[in-house]
Design a protein around this ligand. Sequence first.
Ligand SMILES: Nc1ncnc2c1ncn2[C@@H]1O[C@H](COP(=O)(O)OP(=O)(O)OP(=O)(O)O)[C@@H](O)[C@H]1O
Ligand SMILES: [Mg+2]
Length: 476
Amino acid sequence: MIRLSLAEVAQLTGGELTGGADGTAVVTGGVTLDSRTVAAGDLFVAFTGERVDGHDFLGAAAAAGAVGALTTRPGDALPCVVVPDTVAALGRLAAGVHERLAGGQGLITLGITGSSGKTSTKDLLGQVLAAAGPTVSPPGSFNNDIGLPLTVLSADETTRYLVLEMGARGRGHIARLCRVAPPRIGVVLNVGSAHLGEFGSPEGIAQAKGELVEALPADGTAVLNADDPRVLGMATRTRARVMTTGRGPDAEVRAAGVSLDDSARARFTLVVPGEEHPVALQVVGEHQVANALSAAGAALAAGMPAADVAAALSAAGSRSRWRMEVERRPDGVTVVNDAYNANPESMRAALAALTQLPGTRRIAVLGAMAELGPDASVEHERLGRDAAAAGIDLVMAVGTDAVGIADGATAAGGRAGEESVHVPDRAAARELLGTLLRPGDVVLVKASRSYGLELLAADLLRDGAGRDDDRDEGIA
Ligand SMILES: Nc1ncnc2c1ncn2[C@@H]1O[C@H](COP(=O)(O)OP(=O)(O)OP(=O)(O)O)[C@@H](O)[C@H]1O
Ligand SMILES: [Mg+2]
């Protein structure tokens, strides 16, 4: 973060420095919410969560070297900037810092939104831009009212590119994030059914995601995925120049001659007006072509030469956990951990990648997809049908909420108990897989985050390593 005095923190957040605190003390480190990760010179932000109140840890933060804290009530252990709401204050602090940075040495801020693939694209774009200049783009999914300001606050005067993931659970959310850090380049990936329950309809999702392009300035660029009609439809909602990306022939930035290597990694020719360059992705799954094209469009809009973009895309690896992590056990079973999250589109993308990976049998171990609203049971059944139809050898549905997946697979002809099976929980899945798995099998593990199936993937890898250190997390 840039250096800020506590008086400046108070001024930017509209907070009040508590009695006797030294306003000239300077925050020289970063901003942190967890007293256990506080380093000398940091600003500690005290959140009041359901189970933990950050205000109880002011002493620990002080002992670890924090300069001050942002709080909702004064404390004795540290100089406090007191505000009514620490989340809102964090946003204001980030907005103030962003304004200084954007007004200075020409920081370029890039925002990414979409129903699926935001983190994957952010990770590709972050690695591509890092080849052109100092870039802030932390691993993980920092896309909300807390994560986005924290990302902004990790930039400083040396930062040239700031890559921000923007998520939405309702209307107005992305507009609010764009007020914290107004982007010059905005990327919209797709409009799917993530959080459909909260938005009501795909049109509602498109309305919300399009807030990103509405926030762009006239000299900015909206990078739109032309393969998704709802995304292309956002072209009329922006003052910025529109750059289209996609697989279709009309996109300005497109992929020609897409093929997959024997590890399901895509190769293609990146075609931009007047130039063509070969790309060989390191990340797994054909869905990464769309993400790579979106990242390429954004990097080109930021002024990077196409040849450099293609080279950097080809060197970019996977940086965030539990997204298409392909690992082979010593016994020859391959485990694909894509358990970070799930919705109908990302499930299909992962199943497609599963069918493209080499192996003798393909097994999909799937938990439920959360937050789909009234269509949830239909969507689960449809997923099971599609999985069976795609030639998955065994569809294993895990947990009560996922029973529709097994039903769908059975309805599509997957023999119950052999090609489609329902198990009550993670432990049962692990046990059954322990008896079933053979060398050459490829096992995809995927569900919505709340079902914790990444732990099953980890267990399967441990089982294959011939060790068992039996932990007992109790998530079904
Ligand atoms: N372009 C894409 N189209 C469809 N599915 C995708 C795409 N990119 C990634 N996925 C799938 O979505 C999963 C989540 O990817 P990622 O974490 O990049 O998405 P996200 O949009 O950041 O999700 P979240 O909303 O949870 O932050 C991946 O594991 C993969 O299965
Ligand atoms: Mg994400």
